[in-house]
Ligand binder design. Structure first.
Ligand code: C2E
Ligand code: MG
Ligand code: MG
Length: 725
């Protein structure tokens, strides 16, 4: 186990150290070079130049002396000055060199040079004496014998000095060069080492970070896949392992929560039995969540969900606690809950008995896969692989027997009487649990109806159930048993205020459900086709009414709503004609309302039918106009005489400029096509006034009158003479 931060710190620290060392060496080298160059320029070179100038000056002195010997007296003064100057310079150089030279041989050479210079100075003075004494011959002799050799000696010694200086400089240069090369080598080596270390460090760090991170990623993917069993393995890197540990802790928390969620989703909290959701998944799931493992009961018999994975469940036994609703209402829900728990306990005891209580007839259930589930309320289901009816009936008997003893709860002794519905698969096909459950429900309700202890599911029960429960047949019954009513909502002329007719609206008084709104059942009846029954019934009612009104209210018309389904029935027009003939009413008293959207569905047939009706003299209205997508061109083809503007445009029209504008256009358009325009759903005076102002012809709505029936309708009709709103 190591810390990534230590490793990184150590590695990068070493790297930085090496780099600093290389930098220090490089700067040392630069300093040494600078010093050498400086010394070379200020000392060595200066000395060399001085020595060179010594030899040159010495040569010059010789020549000057020669010139002095041959010069007339009056020209000697400047030459003396020149010679003196040169001599001074020589002395100066010798003196400065004396202070500068440190090498023994050079010191010795300089000493000899000094001696030679002294000899020369002596000879020079002697020569000058002879020249001034006008003894040129003697001066020349001294010059040749003393001055020249002395000067020669000075030259020799100064050349030696030069050579030695050159040699020294060359030696120093060579030494410096060697040192530089060595230093450069060190810097290069250190740099190389740093680069190598850097690369190794980068690789090592990458490996030590990337591979543990990869392990972490794999662990996270495992967790995401629902594998909470395997802990996140140690990677050897402390920081990564800390994340791994956090991940392991998180995994534990997720697993616990998931466990709980599964438990809540699949288990009924009251009885702690699998619930309906679980039951429906029986046989389909390949692996049940571990949270559903049952506590071992009765030797871990077949009621364990783990064993139901892939179960070929062939039969289902459904049983329901009778009178639970009454018990809840009279003895309270707590009593009801206690009963349900008691029922669950006794049923479990039948399925998972201690060895001594095992019933021979139930051996198959103990051995095969069997599951007891709480479906809802007092209803339980047992699903199993057993498919012999005798065995299933035996189980039913055993369960019924187990419930014989009344349960004691809240001081009451309550009977646990059960009704059973049994369903099984055919010999050749295993039914899905959902089908078995539905079949068992049908059988259960059949058993309850027949007040039998149990009933097996049969196809006949299904048919009976459908015919009794279906809304379709309910509606048929409603028509047959006069549960329907025709309500009439008056329509008034907006110009005169006089009643012009009424719209017939169906109402259904269901014997058990009470009043059912047409908005609820008309769409459904349209889907199933049962609406034609309603239309026929309403047409008959409307015509009877019109017949009655022939003398009392000859001006009133009745509008009947016609469904899209009716328009697709080619016999519809004929039936209307026959009915009108039957009741002997004037065709123009009958109006048929067709919703705008319905007209668009099968336009060809619809238009032909509308023409047929129009030819018969029936007035046609477009209902809910504005809610569909009819084009003006399309509407022009229709033989309609009324446009009913939908309520949504009329509501608050007085305060909504958008609705006002649209409605004005619709009214103008309707009038342009020669149609009577009716506004639906007028509820206020302001709405009425606005529509009147727009030139709308007829109004219908609560402001004029609500739909009327019975006495109220009669009262309205009685006053129709002065029936102005
Ligand atoms: P609809 O043909 O547009 O009928 C007008 C609906 O508006 C009726 O509702 C009526 O009660 C309601 N209504 C009238 N004035 C007002 C008002 O001022 N304010 C409000 N809020 N509502 C008003 P209902 O009777 O519930 O009918 C709803 C729909 O059911 C009808 O709309 C019609 O499409 C359909 N329907 C009703 N009776 C029959 C029928 O006998 N046969 C067919 N096929 N459909 C019907
Ligand atoms: Mg209508
Ligand atoms: Mg309408």
């Amino acid at each position: 186990m190591y810390r990534l931060s230590w490793r990184l710190g150590l590695g990068f620290g070493t790297l930085v150290g090496l780099m600093l060392l290389a930098l220090a060496l490089a700067s040392l080298q630069i300093r040494a070079m600078t010093e050498l160059t400086e010394r070379f320029a200020t000392q060595d070179m200066q000395r060399l130049l001085r020595v060179q100038s010594l030899s040159l000056t010495t040569e010059g002195v010789g020549n000057a002396l020669l010139h002095l010997m041959n010069a007339p007296r009056n020209q000697r003064v400047p030459v003396y000055a020149d010679v003196d100057e040169r001599n001074r310079r020589i002395d100066g150089i010798i003196e400065s060199l004396t202070n500068n030279l440190d090498e023994l041989t050079q010191v010795q050479t300089l000493r000899r040079l000094g001696e030679a210079r002294a000899a020369y100075a002596e000879a020079f003075m002697a020569t000058v004496d002879e020249i001034e004494g006008n003894e040129p011959q003697a001066a020349l002799t001294i010059y040749r014998e003393q001055v020249m050799p002395a000067l020669q000696q000075v030259l020799i010694e100064s050349n030696m000095l030069i050579n030695r200086e050159r040699e020294r400089i060359e030696q120093q240069m060579a030494q410096a060069q060697a040192r530089f090369e060595q230093l450069a080598l060190w810097v290069a080596a250190l740099s190389l080492l740093a680069v190598g270390l850097g690369v190794a460090l980068a690789l090592g760090t990458t490996r030590s970070v990337v591979s543990p991170l990869k392990q972490l990623k794999a662990a996270a993917q495992r967790i995401a896949g629902g594998d909470y069993q395997h802990p996140v393995l140690a990677t050897g890197t402390e920081e990564v392992d800390q994340v791994g540990q956090a991940l392991t802790v998180m995994t534990g928390a997720i697993a616990a929560r998931e466990h709980e969620i599964e438990r809540l989703a699949f288990r009924d909290p009251l009885t702690d039995l699998p619930n309906r959701t679980f039951l429906l998944q029986t046989g389909t799931a390949t692996q049940w969540p571990s949270s559903l493992a049952y506590p071992a009961q009765g030797g871990g018999q077949g009621n364990c969900p783990q064993e139901l994975a892939g179960c070929h469940c062939r039969s289902l036994l459904l049983f329901d606690l009778a009178r639970l609703k009454t018990i809840n209402e009279t003895l309270g829900f707590a009593t009801g809950d206690t009963l349900i728990k008691e029922l669950a306990r006794r049923a479990q005891a039948v399925l998972q008995p201690v060895d001594s209580a095992r019933i021979a007839g139930l051996a198959e259930f103990y051995e095969g896969k069997t599951l007891l589930a709480h479906v809802s309320g007092g209803m339980f289901a047992i699903v199993s692989e057993v498919n012999e009816r005798a065995a299933i009936e035996c189980l039913q008997h055993c369960l019924a027997d187990a419930m014989v003893q009344p349960a004691q709860c809240s001081g009451y002794s309550v009977d646990l009487s059960l009704a059973f519905g049994l369903a099984d698969s055919s010999a050749d096909a295993v039914l899905p649990v959902i089908t078995l459950l539905r079949n068992a429900e049908v059988a259960l309700s059949a058993a309850k109806k027949a007040t039998q202890a149990f009933a097996w599911y049969s196809a006949a029960q299904e048919a009976a159930r459908l015919s009794h429960l279906g809304l379709l047949s309910d509606l048929r019954a409603a028509v047959a048993q006069s549960q329907l009513q025709m309500w009439l909502q008056p329509k008034f002329s907006l110009q005169t205020g006089a009643a012009v007719g009424a719209e017939a609206l169906v109402r259904w008084q269901h014997p058990t459900h009470g009043f059912v709104s047409p908005a609820e059942f008309v769409p459904f009846a349209e889907q199933t086709g049962a609406i034609t029954l309603v239309t026929d019934w309403m047409l008959a009612q409307a015509m009877q009414t019109l017949q009655r009104w022939q003398h009392s209210h000859p001006k009133l018309s009745i509008s009947v709503n016609v469904s899209t389904r009716d328009l697709q029935d080619s016999t519809f027009c004929q039936r209307v004609r026959e009915r009108m003939a039957h009741y002997g009413i004037a065709a123009q008293k009958l109006r048929l309302e067709i919703v705008e959207s319905g007209l668009m569905q099968d336009a060809h047939t619809s238009i032909a039918l509308l023409h047929c009706l129009r030819d018969a003299g029936v007035e046609l209205s477009i209902d809910d106009f504005g809610t569909g997508y009819s084009s003006l061109a399309y509407l022009q083809q229709l033989p309609v005489s009324e446009l009913k503007i939908d309520r949504s445009f009329v509501t608050d029209i007085d305060s909504k400029p958008g609705s006002l504008q649209l409605t004005r256009t619709m009214i103008e358009m309707g009038h342009g096509m020669g149609l009577m325009v009716t506004a639906e759903g007028i509820e206020t005076e302001a709405e009425r006034d606005t529509l009147k102002g727009l030139g709308c012809d007829v109004m219908q709505g609560y402001f004029g009158s609500r739909p009327l029936f019975g006495d109220k309708l009669q009262a309205w009709l009685d006053h129709i003479g002065g029936a102005h709103f």
